[in-house]
Design a protein around this ligand. Structure first.
Ligand code: GLU
Length: 305
């Protein structure tokens, strides 16, 4: 079916403008607290890099945990299945920064998208490359075609100053020999990763390799077809904090959210999406973002189900 996305996005933006309950920006990272919950942007990227957008779709924001998708892919591409000796791939059912499960499971985090799991993945990438956050930034610049993407040093410093829980997770896993780098080095890399600023257009384009079954924007392969399936499956089951069941029910796509208010989603073989609105629900997902993706799959019928 030939479908042009522009009128679909216009219709969704109009509906979202009428949304009265938009949640609250994350305030546990002070640098994010001042974001305006009424901001809203959405972009769809076709497999060939054509992008459609609406609202604040070109405005940069703090990508936060959305970056965990890319770090996972970059690490899996280099390390392959032995990565799964260090991190699991089951939904956690616990808050993203929970410590309690880690002790029961001997320092092996449930999945790569809770903070403990993301720390392990970044640790592995840094062990293999010596520059985890730099490798990630280069990848995002290349895939988005935007050489101006960068870290936000204020956000990284703000997270570092308020990072006791992530530090606790990292030290705790180090006590189980599941962290290779010195913890301060790992935390620096992790906070830099979370601080990257990008727009909906940038992130929709950067996620394209997951819709192209592992193929990057320049036609080279990052992941095998199976590995791309694996990353999409983990996004579907674990990508939206402990609301992944509800997200699958409403949206029906692999997705990954971040506390900056962004969500990326993949329609394998067809397109990728990124939506951003900083007001979050109680579980950390963008209220307007989930609503917009829900409308997108309902209007277009493009879901994996
Ligand atoms: N930098 C944030 C943290 O580690 C990321 C949280 C998120 O977006 O889920 O707390």
């Amino acid at each position: 079916m030939l479908l042009t996305f522009a009128p679909v996005l216009d219709r969704i933006a109009e509906e979202i403008a009428g949304l009265t309950e938009r949640g609250r920006p994350a305030d546990y990272i002070p640098a994010l607290a001042s974001a305006d919950p009424n901001s809203f942007g959405m972009a769809v990227a076709e497999l060939d890099g054509t992008v459609y957008g609406v609202g604040d779709w070109q405005r940069p924001f703090s990508t936060q945990s959305v970056t965990k998708v890319f770090t996972l892919a970059l690490t899996l591409a280099r390390k392959g299945d032995p990565l799964w000796d260090h991190v699991g791939r089951e939904p956690s059912g616990n808050p993203f920064n929970s410590l309690v499960q880690l002790e029961y499971e001997n320092g092996i985090p449930r999945n790569p998208f809770i903070n403990a799991g993301a720390l392990v993945v970044t640790d592995q990438l840094h062990r293999m490359t010596g520059d985890a956050s730099g490798v990630l930034l280069d990848f995002l610049r290349a895939e988005s075609g935007n050489p101006d993407l960068d870290f936000d040093r204020d956000v990284a410093a703000s997270e570092n100053a308020n990072g006791d829980r992530n530090a606790a997770l990292a030290h705790f896993m180090a006590s189980y020999d599941n962290i290779a780098n010195p913890v301060p080095t790992l935390l620096r890399e992790y906070f830099r990763q979370c601080s990257i600023e990008a727009s909906c257009a940038d992130l929709a384009l950067a996620t394209g390799f997951l819709a192209r079954h592992g193929i990057r924007a320049d036609g080279t392969r990052l992941l095998t077809r199976s590995q791309a399936k694996h990353v999409n499956a983990i996004m579907l089951t674990c990508g939206t904090y402990d609301a992944a069941g509800d997200f699958a029910y409403r949206v029906g796509l692999p997705g990954k959210s971040g506390v900056g208010g962004a969500i990326v989603a993949v329609v394998p073989g067809r397109c990728t999406l990124c939506v951003w609105s900083p007001g979050l629900d109680a579980r950390g997902n963008s209220v307007a973002g989930v609503a917009a993706l829900d409308r997108f799959t309902t209007i277009t019928g493009l879901s994996v189900f």
